[in-house]
Design a protein around this ligand. Structure first.
Ligand code: BES
Ligand code: MN
Ligand code: ZN
Length: 503
């Protein structure tokens, strides 16, 4: 889908111009108490009061999320006009705008319109501007048109035909809107990559495949890349990471991508993504039901690759490094057993009490590796604990950080994008639960506060820099009829980086 702008005068004459535009669909916002203002008023006049009559009958009422599509109305040039309810004026929130936008997108896509002029982004939204609204619109349009068909044997006919969307924009806003559409597209592309990688089955998306995709990104966006195999990982003494890979026939990969958009002296932001391409649980084997969904256990990796793609496409003036430890977690004869003790790259020894708590075992070595970059901050992203779904459901990602400032930045980025996180503690008091009789630390802390003890385990490897951890077990994919990866938390991470560039 292609996005561009259509500039108009923000005068009455300008509104009339839009009413006369040649388009297959003009999308118009209407408010609840005064549905016929601005562009709607101009359309009403051109149609000799048709809209006034519809308002009287209650057919056009501006209720938030309502839609009404009119076709080939005499006096209007657009083949269709789609009216979208925005609720009472001055009460429109970000959430309300997104709700109205999703409804508009559904109706627009269900029509056979191949192009559209989108005026909704001009709505006044609490605390946000037109650039935000344009970006949110791009993301909603791309979200609704995402399809994963790579694994189907026959090409499926396209379900939608919309290919070109023009954002109607007052001339003075055109520059900001162009940038917003560009950024929205970059984020949508990043999310699509994250979704594709997540949705691919484990027999295709192996550690080697992930490394290949990272190298493709490196070539396309001129990133520096480094892909390490078992020998090099061993030379780095990543005994914890390797202990997870032992039980699989697929060799592990340690992936590093560098985007250098900032100055050579600028400390990088390092993103670390859990890349377990299939989590069977290992010797602590998971139950069979729903185990297919453990192909999504590399969504942290997918999201850091999606984010670095978005950042590179946007050309942010920042240095960003993506690190992905990639492996399967499988139970063959060489697999790590409960009770085994392994030595991490940091030197800390770990008693593996449950081989299904493997995410932290691969992340801890990646977090130690990150020290060498003298990072401004390190954020790891992982489908780490089922307990996080119990705590926060599928609404918020779990956020853990000892730094209030970093946590607040990430929470704010989540609120701006609607890709929200909720902060949970990482206090010393919980470290108690990770005590081992035989090693420096155990890899599980029992059932109470399972997500917190997982974060506490990771925190032991992050003493040298500012760190945050996002547990995306509940937000990275959806189950049920709409099973599929969500592309989260690419919007949150990208917004965080946009804000970092600006500060
Ligand atoms: N990948 C899982 C976490 C997970 C489970 C994410 C279900 C989404 C849905 C992780 O590796 C895991 O198995 N965690 C265990 C930890 C436990 C053994 C301490 C869990 O959550 O049960
Ligand atoms: Mn597991
Ligand atoms: Zn896992």
């Amino acid at each position: 889908m292609d996005f561009s702008t259509k500039a108009f005068d923000s005068t009455k004459a300008g509104q009339a111009d839009l009413a006369n535009a040649k388009t297959e669909c003009l999308v118009v916002g209407v408010y609840e108490q005064q549905p016929l203002a601005g562009l709607a008023k101009a359309l009403d006049v051109a149609s000799k009061g048709l809209l006034t009559r519809m308002v009287k009958r209650g057919e056009l009422n501006g209720k938030l999320g309502s839609t009404l599509m009119l076709h080939e109305v005499a006096g209007w040039s657009p083949a269709r006009v789609l009216f979208v309810g925005l609720g009472p004026e001055d009460k429109l929130t970000q959430k309300g705008f997104n709700e109205a936008t999703r409804a508009a997108v559904r109706t627009l896509l269900a029509s056979r319109a191949a192009d559209a002029i989108w005026t909704l982004a001009q709505a006044k939204i609490a605390k946000q501007d037109i650039a935000w609204a344009v970006r949110a619109s791009v993301l909603a349009l791309r979200e609704a048109t995402y399809r994963f068909v790579q694994m189907k044997s026959k090409a499926e006919p396209a379900t939608t035909v919309l290919s070109k969307v023009y954002f109607a924009v007052a001339r003075e806003d055109e520059k900001a809107v162009k940038l917003a559409a560009k950024r929205g597209t970059a984020i949508a592309n990043g999310m699509a990559l994250t979704k594709d990688l997540g949705n691919l089955p484990g027999n295709v998306c192996t550690p080697t495949y992930l490394a290949g995709e990272a190298q493709k990104l490196a070539r396309e966006f001129k990133l520096k890349s480094e892909i390490l195999g078992p020998k090099q990982i061993e030379a780095l003494k990543m005994g914890s990471f390797l202990s997870v890979a032992r039980g699989s026939v697929q060799p592990p990969r340690f992936i590093v991508l560098k985007y250098e958009g900032g100055g050579a002296k600028q400390a990088p932001i390092v993103l670390v993504g859990k890349g377990v391409t299939f989590d069977s649980g290992g010797i602590s084997l998971k139950p069979g039901e729903g185990m297919d969904e453990m192909k999504y256990d590399m969504c942290g990796a997918g999201s850091v690759l999606g984010t670095i793609r978005a950042v590179a496409e946007m050309g942010l003036k920042l240095n960003v490094i993506a690190i992905v430890p990639a492996t399967e977690n499988m139970p063959n004869g060489q697999a790590t057993k409960p009770g085994d003790v392994v030595t991490s790259m940091s030197g800390q020894t770990i008693e593996v009490l449950n081989t299904d708590a493997e995410g932290r075992l691969i992340l801890c070595d990646a977090l130690t590796y990150a020290e060498r970059f003298k990072p401004a901050a390190v954020i790891d992203v992982a489908t780490l604990t089922g307990a996080c779904i119990i705590a926060l459901g599928h609404v918020n990602s779990g956020l853990f950080s000892k730094s209030d400032a970093l946590a607040d930045e990430l929470l704010a980025a989540g609120r701006t994008t609607g890709d929200t996180a909720w902060r949970l503690p990482v206090e010393e008091e919980y470290q108690e639960q990770l005590k081992s009789n035989f090693a420096d630390v155990a890899n599980i802390g029992g059932r109470p506060a399972g997500s917190v003890t997982a974060a506490c385990f990771l925190s032991r490897f992050t003493e040298k820099y500012d760190w945050a951890h996002l547990d995306i077990a509940g937000t990275a994919w959806k189950s049920g009829a709409a099973k599929g990866a969500t592309g989260r938390p690419v919007p949150l991470l990208t917004q965080f980086l946009i804000d970092r560039e600006a500060r």
